[in-house]
Design a binder for this molecule. Sequence first.
Ligand code: SAH
Length: 212
Amino acid sequence: MRRLSDDPYRIARNRLLSGLEARGISSARVLDALGRVPRHLFVSEALRFRAYEDMPLPIGFGQTVTRPSTVGRVVQALDLRGDERVLEIGTGSGYQAAVLAELAAEVVSVEIIGELHERAREILLFNLGYRNISLLHSDSFSRAGGGFDAVVVAACADAVPGELVERLAPRGTLILPVESGGGQVMKKIYKGRDGRVYEEEFGNALFVPLVR
Ligand code: SAH
């Protein structure tokens, strides 16, 4: 990873981190990871000055880079220790994949739009040099394989896709937004050691739709 200690966005990034702490991101590990990822590189040059606001920003093709507090809330709920294999559905800009890669052993991220997949590849693999991220351009969840300790979906599904629950290893966690009563709720699905599945909701969400 490139050193960020003397980049021009350091002050803006630190201000964002203080705001996230105030919004309930309390895990020091998660805040450190968010502080290490240069979000301005994941948006177009014209939007860089807004990259450290806690806002979703357009990345083309009608898609957005997830807002930092949402990424923080999702990764905090996963409680990653560093040895996990994580699957992300919806690479988009690649921002959340970078945050996940700071916190887990391995990240596989799948994107359905070819141009976004290519752009994320350029930034994550060639520019930032992440060696623990694999990117797939696919409309199929199963191409990523299985046995994941965590699965995160960056787009809203109409119901929990059974196909994604199947990607989980025993004791794995799936986090995703699901449509509910005209809005969206965040769901956390936990697969027990015996394969039994438990579900809980944790708050509201606002994501672009998952393409099925
Ligand atoms: N985590 C991303 C946010 C991406 S927005 C970031 O940090 O930038 C959601 C992304 O999910 C979009 O890029 C969209 O193209 C993608 N997507 C939607 N449905 C999908 C599917 N079925 N498989 C893979 N990607 C999908």
